[in-house]
Ligand binder design. Structure first.
Ligand code: GLY
Length: 427
């Protein structure tokens, strides 16, 4: 089969790496890809908002199945465009992707379906939002309604912070039209976890649990990023909590969508807060997580391709997944200045040395090739992902490997998976 992957981050590199191992896959095209993906797939530069053009590209190249990585093309309706032309594609339709593209939609659906989530209110003007915040008290969370690359969530400790956040989103339009509406939400403390599942709209098949690290600095300080590292499994998701997540969240949301006439197909990703042994939804994403996908796929023992096919054909009930007992960790290296302004074009060294370490895979994000050199080409540059017999070994391996990688201004968190290590008594 000829496969096309849409996207050019670490998640897409991990998908290409996993699919490359499938006996069912003969050729992979990745749009636009990156320097790492280039090693295993044919990379084609393209505007990811051009759904028509991408469907023509798939047709011209005889692509059998297209897999969509990022949320933006999904929210623009790439799946609908492909389906209307009889092309097979993995991911939710535009109507279904609204679970991620409108936080207010997701919150209303959760409220209606009795899915546990922090209390909230939706606003389109600063005055009413600030009045609500004053009455509700602080800290409070301000969120842009639409897609903001993981950066549209601001935790406010007082009224001044809230004023700034509301102004930034509604007046200054820091996230464009994504900020036409805002959500004010109670701040819930606890431990965050990511729960990803495949679904064909009927069956929900969970992936291994994982935990992301959203803040730029150690001990979860500083502004949010796309994700600074992840590990799997996440010990905070005990079997008891796993069952609660399936029964109280994943199944009700898929059913809630069906009730509204929307069949949700693809990956459903719940961003959770675990508090007092209860899971609460902070957000839904309509795609594989980045960087969660990197450690999850490192642990997936099955061929990914039949799972993708089963979702498309609505035959997921017949699929079972098995996960390696090993632990996996991904540590993301970013450019100096990220998540704000950063420079690109810095030469990356050490990749060859790292490729010799058994059990370590470097998934590229913002990288590009120039001659024989690999240069930085984005905020998140690459994720060093390691598999170990336990979380301690995986963490040690990942840091040993990332210490061999250099580029001007390289930064990564030194505390990825620390929460998991503490829970397991391995810290
Ligand atoms: N890891 C966060 C995300 O994929 O949105």
């Amino acid at each position: 089969m000829k496969i096309m992957i849409i996207g050019g981050g670490g998640r897409e590199h991990a998908l290409a790496w996993k699919l490359k191992k499938s006996p069912l896959v003969s050729h992979i095209i990745c749009v636009p890809g990156n320097a790492g993906i280039e090693e295993i797939a044919e990379c084609v530069p393209w505007d990811l908002s051009d759904c028509e053009g991408l469907s023509d590209l798939a047709k011209q190249n005889g692509v059998d199945i297209t897999i969509v990585g990022p949320e933006a093309p999904l929210s623009l309706g790439i799946v609908d465009t492909f389906n209307s032309k009889g092309l097979k594609i993995f991911g939710p339709s535009k109507d279904a992707a609204i679970l991620e593209s409108s936080k207010s939609f997701a919150k209303e659906l959760m409220k209606e379906s009795g899915i546990p989530t922090p209390d909230f209110a939706v606003f389109t003007d600063c005055g009413s939002a600030l009045e609500y915040a004053k009455n509700r008290g602080f800290p409070i969370v301000v969120k842009a309604d639409g897609i903001a690359a993981g950066k549209g969530v601001i935790i406010c400790q007082n009224l001044r912070d809230t004023q700034r956040a509301v102004q930034k989103i509604i007046i200054e339009k820091a996230f464009g039209a994504a900020g036409n509406k805002i959500i004010l939400e109670d701040l819930l403390t606890g431990e965050e976890a990511s729960f990803l599942a495949f679904t064909d709209g009927k069956t929900v098949l969970p992936m291994a649990s994982s935990q992301d690290h959203k803040s730029i600095r150690e001990q979860d300080q500083g502004p949010n990023t796309g994700g600074m590292g992840a590990y799997s499994p996440a010990p905070v998701i005990t079997p008891e909590i796993h069952k609660k997540i399936m029964d109280k969240i994943m199944l009700p949301v898929v059913r809630g969508m069906t009730k509204r006439g929307i069949t949700y197909k693809g990956v459903l990703y719940a961003g959770l807060m675990i508090k007092d042994n209860e899971p609460f939804v902070l957000e839904f994403n309509c795609r594989f997580g980045d960087p969660e996908t990197q450690p999850i796929l490192l642990r997936m023992e099955d061929d990914l391709m039949p799972v993708i096919q089963a979702v498309i054909k609505v035959k997921l009930s017949g699929v079972k997944l098995s996960w390696s007992n090993n632990a996996a960790v991904c540590v993301v290296a970013v450019s100096s200045g990220y998540p704000d302004v950063y420079e690109k074009g810095k030469e990356i060294s050490g990749l060859k040395e790292v490729s010799k370490i058994k059990g370590v895979t470097v998934f590229h994000s913002g990288t590009r090739k120039e001659g024989r050199k690999v240069l930085t080409n984005g905020g998140r540059v690459l994720g060093v992902t390691a598999l170990g017999s336990d979380l301690r070994q995986a963490v040690d391996k990942a840091y040993k490997a990332i210490d061999l990688i250099q580029f001007e201004g390289i930064y990564f968190r030194r505390d990825i998976a620390q929460k998991g290590l503490r829970r397991l008594g391995l810290f």
